[in-house]
Design a protein around this ligand. Structure first.
Ligand SMILES: *[C@@H]1O[C@H](CO)[C@@H](O)[C@H](O)[C@H]1NC(C)=O
Ligand SMILES: *[C@@H]1O[C@H](CO)[C@@H](O)[C@H](O)[C@H]1NC(C)=O
Length: 321
């Protein structure tokens, strides 16, 4: 299904070898891939009363499984560290995910810590130190607030509805969808493979009127909300490995509440797999690492046990912190 991958690297190698065959190539420049990536997931603030007895912050296990399914390990990142500690954590992880939730995107601790990492990631990428960031649902909304410097969200209710994506022309030359076959791109526009659970979002109109957003991001897909608003459903940055989806790719494989419209068809599962693999593969381009194996082991999600939560939330399992 993938149009890129190892075969194209081999192809490039052969082409450059043939082109240079008269003068032997000195060195073939190939990017070194980090095949043991660790993706950080910022813990989310508990706002739901039923979850409060378990902890102050949480990560639904679906996001962890999703990230692991792409070939990565996960480091949960709490909201209680100092800026200096976040700077240290940044040097150890190979990418970062902002998950969904319901917190203030400017004043909450979640937003405060996200901003620290966002600024570190801008600086690192500017200096050639590749570092990807992914935002899902509110995590994507947060990325737009960080870029715009203000909260531009409006009511774009699409609550508990699965939708096909209205792909833009730019989607076909995007990073995010580069590995998708032509056939699967068509399927994306026809079948309701993306689960939506939001009340607010970024309208296409607001995006088009905002210079900062326009200069920074490319819209890859849009959708129509229940109130008729035309909202941005997928975007990626033009010059940074930053990606956002208003929908929830993790639910397609890892959430099962039968009252909710989680897409579970074969194509829905394939979409979820490809998104996870895409992002983790971005993380492989980062060479950040822990100081030693013991520090790494003690930082990973494996040190925590998720709580069974299907009888009081829409999640089957949740990690609490
Ligand atoms: C799809 O997006 C285009 C612009 O990108 C817009 O003109 C059109 O109305 C949208 N269609 C739907 C069904 O959302
Ligand atoms: C959910 O189930 C667990 C274990 O099966 C049980 O201990 C817990 O009390 C239940 N919680 C609620 C709110 O029903």
């Amino acid at each position: 299904m993938s149009r890129m991958g190892h075969s194209s690297l081999v192809g490039l190698f052969l082409v450059s070898y043939v082109c240079n065959s008269r003068a032997m190539p000195a060195t073939v420049k190939q990017e070194v891939m980090n095949d043991r990536p660790v993706i950080g997931i910022l813990t989310q603030i508990v706002s739901d009363d039923v979850m409060k007895p378990f902890g102050k912050t949480y990560i639904p296990a679906s996001y962890v499984k999703y990230t692991e399914s792409g070939g990565s390990r996960v480091m949960p990142i709490r909201l209680t560290h100092t800026t200096a500690e976040y700077e240290e954590i940044f040097k150890k992880i190979n990418g970062l995910i902002f998950i969904g939730g319901a917190v203030d995107l400017e004043t909450s601790d979640f937003a405060r810590v996200a901003k620290i990492f966002y600024q570190l990631a801008l600086k690192a990428n500017n200096a050639g130190d590749f570092f990807p960031i992914w935002g899902t649902c509110m995590g994507m909304q947060l990325l737009t607030v960080l870029v715009a410097g203000e909260n531009l969200l409006e009511k774009t209710t699409a609550e508990n509805i699965a939708l096909p994506l209205n792909l833009t022309t730019e989607a076909y030359s995007s990073q995010m969808f580069k590995g998708f076959s032509d056939e699967f791109m068509k399927i994306l526009t026809q079948e309701p493979l993306t689960g939506n659970f939001h009340h607010y979002g970024l309208t296409v109109k607001i995006f088009q009127e905002n210079k900062k957003l326009q200069n920074f991001f490319t819209i890859l897909s849009t959708n129509i909300a229940e109130n008729g608003a035309h909202f941005v459903s997928t975007l990626e940055a033009k010059s940074y490995p930053f990606y956002g989806v208003q929908w929830h790719p993790e639910v397609n494989r890892f959430q099962w509440d039968s009252k909710l419209n989680y897409p579970h068809s074969l194509h829905a599962v394939q979409l979820s797999s490809q998104m996870a693999e895409f992002f983790v593969n971005q993380g492989r381009r980062s060479s950040h690492h822990f100081d030693n194996p013991m520090e790494e082991a003690s930082s990973l999600i494996y040190n925590y046990t998720p709580v069974y939560a299907a009888n009081f939330t829409a999640y089957e399992q949740i990690y609490f912190f």
